[in-house]
Structures are given as structure tokens and as C-alpha cells.
Design a protein around this ligand. Structure first.
Ligand SMILES: Cc1cc2nc3c(=O)[nH]c(=O)nc-3n(C[C@H](O)[C@H](O)[C@H](O)COP(=O)(O)OP(=O)(O)OC[C@H]3O[C@@H](n4cnc5c(N)ncnc54)[C@H](O)[C@@H]3O)c2cc1C
Length: 383
């Protein structure tokens, strides 16, 4: 049984069905359903899905340039990726899984000898938790996360192709990204044909509403939002989810129960990309189930190059924050001139655009060696 029919649940179900298992997916919603999400897919998503973008029947917006606002300047960078609409994408993936799907909001999970009993009516030997941030399998069977979640506000609305084309920064599908000056999050404004997807995410949940309001104001004042969208933006909704932290992998498989995707907390520590790691974890979990090696799922996930890259990103982030704080404490910092500030902001915007294309961190070995040398390898010893 797979609890949750998002990208993680449906890919896992598909692989299990193809291996001949009898799979039931439970989801609290009837599909298609709205899922708050920008709909950005980095290139590796297609490999994990074993699907060519040309085979995807829904709306698809490839992009090769992104426009990054940071430090009061808008810069354009080359990159690559796609945007989809989650309303269509998730429905497609769930249908493609070939599993039986039942609409049911799971509440109670009990252990009975060699199986799990769910809400007194479903019985299964293997239980996959793919219910996202508030997954009942994660909450009831596994340890709670040590880190706090990030928060987001977002809305996807129909505005009309002409209105979107008249105000967007680049071509259709090219994202405008506002990297917040304090680097505590970013906002986006993505044209998708007649649709517009606008949102904000912050690492500090208390700051998300103020950041969302500031982003709307900035996009509006810049003339990058159609008049017809302004009211619709007030309908934005909030959601939270967990970024990757190595400790999230400590407790994710036992007694025939596994966690995948957002239920486990795998989104990229800097970009918060969550669909790719959700799919990767579901693939590895399904393969572990099929191969009878469920107990090795956590280590296989942790050792995967993508998760190692995420772990390095988390370490670098922690090191960067520690360095900045130490600089504040000791009253030293980089020499501040307008030129240094502008160069730093340009480099930051470029690095952000680079990661937005889903590229792994370059020269990973050098960074790891530097971190080790600087005793930054553990977050508990940041100095
Ligand atoms: C505003 C926002 C923007 C984002 N933008 C991007 C982006 O552009 N690109 C990207 O890669 N990631 C993005 N993410 C992250 C991404 O949406 C998630 O990482 C991804 O959806 C995780 O997939 P999942 O299958 O694990 O969980 P979900 O997609 O959340 O699916 C979980 C499913 O479980 C079901 N469920 C929950 N509880 C129960 C229950 N009790 N019983 C039965 N079913 C249940 C839900 O109905 C849902 O269908 C964004 C997130 C947010 C909030």
C-alpha cells in the first residue's frame, strides 16, 4: 500500500506494479487535484521517470534562459529545464502507475503480527509513506524531524495568453526569479501560456508573508504582472515542507514501512527543488522492495550521488551561515565598496541560476576537503 498519490507515490507504485506486485494507492484527494508548486523540473527528472519530455501529454514549457533579480538588478542567465502544471502532471503520473487508486484520508495505522492495519479496513505487509509533509506514516511510525520546515505561498491562475505575453520578462516558460537580498528565500513569476505561477518561499516560516507581499509589490511595480492577475494573487495559499538534512535519513525504513519524498524531507537545501528527490527516493524504495532489501534502502539513498550533492549543499550552507555569523561577532567582514557588493551579488545570482538548472555542485571533492579542513564537517562545530 502506498499512502499518497503525488510524484513519489505514483512512481513507486508504477515500479511495484511492473514487478508484478498488487498495489493500492490511497490519496485523500480525487485526482486531478491542485498541488501548490511552481512546477519546475530539472533535466534529471525525465531520466528518473524513464520518460521523454516528448511523451508527456500535458502542458510543457521548456526554458533555456532564466531572469534573476537580486540586489536591485535583473540579470539573464542561460540554463535549462521545464515547467509543468502539477494539476496535470500528478494526474498523468498516477494514471501511468497502473495501480489501483482509492480516495481515502488515512488516519490510523496499527501493527498486527506481520502486517499493518490501516483505519481498520486496509491490510498490507508493506507500507510506503508518500503522503508529503503531513504524511500519517511518517508522523505515526517514524521519528520527528530535527530541522524546521520551509514555508511557501503560491498561486497558479489563468490570466490569458495575451496578458501574460505582454508583461513577462522573457519568452514563454522563462522564469523570473527574485532572490531575496538576505538570501533567506526566493520568489518566482513564471509564465506558462495563459497561466501564471507566482510564489515565494522562505527558510524562516515567520517571514514568508512579508516576503510574499514584497515580491508581489516588486513584480507589480516592475510591470511584470498583468493587471488582471493582481486580484487573483490574493488567493495564494501556504504550504510548508522539509529540506534535505542528513539526519532525515536516519529513520526511514523498518518493519516493512518506508518513507519517500516530502514525507521524508528531501528537497534541495538551497533551491528547495522537491520533485526530483521525491522521484529518486521512490525509485530506490521500490527497487529495495522488489529486491527484498528494504533494510538497505536508507544507505542506498544516502550514498546516491544526488543525495551526496544535497548533503554537500547543506554543509556549505551551514558553513556559509557560520562564517557570516562569525564575521558579525568579530566585527570583520569583506571590504564593502559598491564594486565588491555588485560583484558579490552578480556571482550569487549566477550561482543561483546555475543551481536552478539542477547542476550538481562543481569541484565537490575540493569543497569537501576544504570543509573538512575548516572543521565545518559537522553543523554542531561550525567554528
Ligand atoms: C509553493 C511550493 C512550490 C514548489 N515548487 C517546486 C518546484 O517548482 N519544483 C520542485 O521540484 N519542487 C517544488 N516544490 C516541492 C514539491 O512540490 C514537493 O517536493 C513534491 O510535491 C513532493 O512530492 P511527494 O509525492 O513527496 O508529495 P506530495 O506531492 O505532497 O504528494 C503527497 C500526496 O499525499 C496525499 N496525502 C496527504 N496526506 C494523506 C493522508 N492522510 N491520506 C491519504 N493521502 C494523503 C496528498 O493528498 C498528496 O496527493 C514546491 C513546494 C511548494 C509548497
Amino acid at each position: 500500500m502506498v499512502v499518497g498519490g503525488g510524484p513519489a507515490g505514483s512512481l513507486c507504485a508504477r515500479r511495484l506494479v511492473r514487478a508484478g506486485l498488487n498495489v493500492l494507492v490511497l490519496d485523500r484527494h480525487a485526482f486531478p487535484r491542485v498541488k501548490l508548486c511552481g512546477g519546475w523540473l530539472s533535466p534529471m527528472v525525465w531520466d528518473v521517470l524513464e520518460l521523454s519530455p516528448t511523451e508527456y501529454p500535458g502542458g510543457l514549457w521548456p526554458w533555456s534562459r532564466c531572469h534573476v533579480q537580486h540586489g536591485g538588478r535583473l540579470r539573464t542567465f542561460e540554463g535549462s529545464g521545464h515547467f509543468i502544471r502539477r494539476y496535470e502532471f500528478d494526474d498523468f503520473l498516477l494514471r501511468r502507475s497502473g495501480a489501483t487508486v482509492t480516495q481515502h484520508a488515512l488516519r490510523k495505522i496499527e501493527r498486527r503480527e506481520d502486517h499493518w492495519l490501516l483505519d481498520d479496513q486496509f491490510q498490507t505487509r508493506l507500507l510506503v509513506g508518500a503522503g508529503g509533509t503531513h504524511c500519517p506514516v511518517a508522523r505515526q511510525l517514524f521519528a520527528s524531524k530535527r530541522v524546521k520546515p520551509v514555508a511557501a505561498q503560491e498561486v497558479e491562475l489563468v490570466v490569458g495568453s495575451a496578458a501574460v505575453a505582454a508583461t513577462r520578462v522573457g519568452r514563454d516558460g522563462e522564469p523570473e526569479l527574485l532572490l531575496h537580498d538576505d538570501l533567506g528565500g526566493y520568489s518566482w513569476n513564471v509564465p506558462k501560456g495563459e497561466w501564471l505561477n507566482v510564489g515565494t518561499g522562505t527558510s524562516e516560516p515567520r517571514e514568508v508573508l512579508a516576503a510574499w507581499s514584497a515580491a508581489r509589490e516588486l513584480f507589480t511595480n516592475a510591470g511584470h504582472l498583468p493587471e488582471a492577475a493582481i486580484d487573483g494573487l490574493k488567493a495564494a495559499k501556504g504550504h510548508s515542507y522539509y529540506l534535505f538534512d542528513p539526519s532525515n535519513l536516519n529513520d526511514c525504513a523498518r518493519d516493512g514501512a518506508l518513507l519517500i519524498g516530502d514525507s521524508l524531507g528531501l528537497a534541495h537545501p538551497l533551491t528547495a527543488e522537491g520533485i526530483l528527490p521525491a522521484l529518486l527516493s521512490s525509485k530506490l524504495a521500490a527497487d529495495a522492495i522488489i529486491g527484498g532489501t528494504v533494510s538497505r534502502y536508507p544507505s542506498r539513498l544516502a550514498e546516491h550521488p544526488l543525495m551526496r550533492d544535497y548533503a554537500l549543499a547543506a554543509e556549505l550552507l551551514a558553513a556559509g551561515i557560520a562564517l557570516r555569523n562569525r564575521g558579525r561577532d568579530r566585527a570583520w567582514s569583506l571590504p564593502s565598496s559598491k564594486t565588491v557588493t555588485r560583484l558579490t551579488q552578480a556571482a550569487t545570482a549566477r550561482a543561483f541560476a546555475w543551481m536552478f538548472s539542477g547542476h550538481p555542485i562543481p569541484h565537490a571533492g575540493v569543497w569537501r576537503a576544504l570543509l573538512r579542513k575548516a572543521h565545518f564537517l559537522t553543523r554542531s562545530n561550525p567554528t
